[in-house]
Design a protein around this ligand. Sequence first.
Ligand SMILES: Nc1ncnc2c1ncn2[C@@H]1O[C@H](COP(=O)(O)OP(=O)(O)OP(=O)(O)O)[C@@H](O)[C@H]1O
Length: 243
Amino acid sequence: MVEFRDVQKFYGKFHALHNINLQIDQGETVVLIGPSGSGKSTLIRTINRLESIQGGKLIVNNQDLSNPKTDSNRLRQDVGMVFQHFNLYKNKNVLENVMLAPRIVSHIPEEENKKQALHLLDMVGVADKAHNMPAQISGGQKQRVAIARSLAMHPKLLLFDEPTSALDPEMIDEVLQVIKKITSASDMTSLIVTHEMGFAKEVANRVIFMDQGQIVEDDDSKSFFERPKTDRAQQFLSKIITH
Ligand SMILES: Nc1ncnc2c1ncn2[C@@H]1O[C@H](COP(=O)(O)OP(=O)(O)OP(=O)(O)O)[C@@H](O)[C@H]1O
């Protein structure tokens, strides 16, 4: 589903991603962790071309992102993204937020689209808010709507960029439970940047630990949390309380 080969990313002269080599197969749930500024968001954003790369090869869902002719809109039909700050359309109600892309991009008949949107809103536990505006719902509810909106396009790959970082503590768990539910119930591939170590432990098949723009460890979740191989990962984990 995703293959990085010696990928390099620069912001001006700053070398943000160094020689990234990484392969993610269909159905994997991969969690990306590491200190602040280590390049996690940058890496995840290259996968749907929100950030360009300056070297190496990046293949996503059989599309070569190193090739300027590759169509970003086509790519984003298969690759969804859930952002830290939800990014809902403020002037559209919850139901419309979920129905918009399937209507415009996939031309799904209106009734079918509505049925699907209500089903997804029910799945993430916010069906009763379908006719509310985003400003009228909580942060946790907004993020669950954003997840339903991504799922409405039936992505093959779903990227989560710190999906709970902007939430009050009491709302974090409701969002994590929804993510856990959708990643365990489907063969969708997920890549999740998170600082929630307890959740990472629970949901991930595989953990990638980054530091200073490099992948330092790439291991199955159990091995990583029980026996991190590098000093850097050990130090990182020792500073964090894992539940
Ligand atoms: N648009 C940008 N322009 C210049 N530098 C940037 C830009 N975006 C990120 N950086 C730099 O790239 C590095 C990696 O940033 P990134 O946001 O990917 O890290 P992160 O691991 O996701 O951090 P955090 O956990 O704090 O979100 C940081 O040093 C950051 O300052």
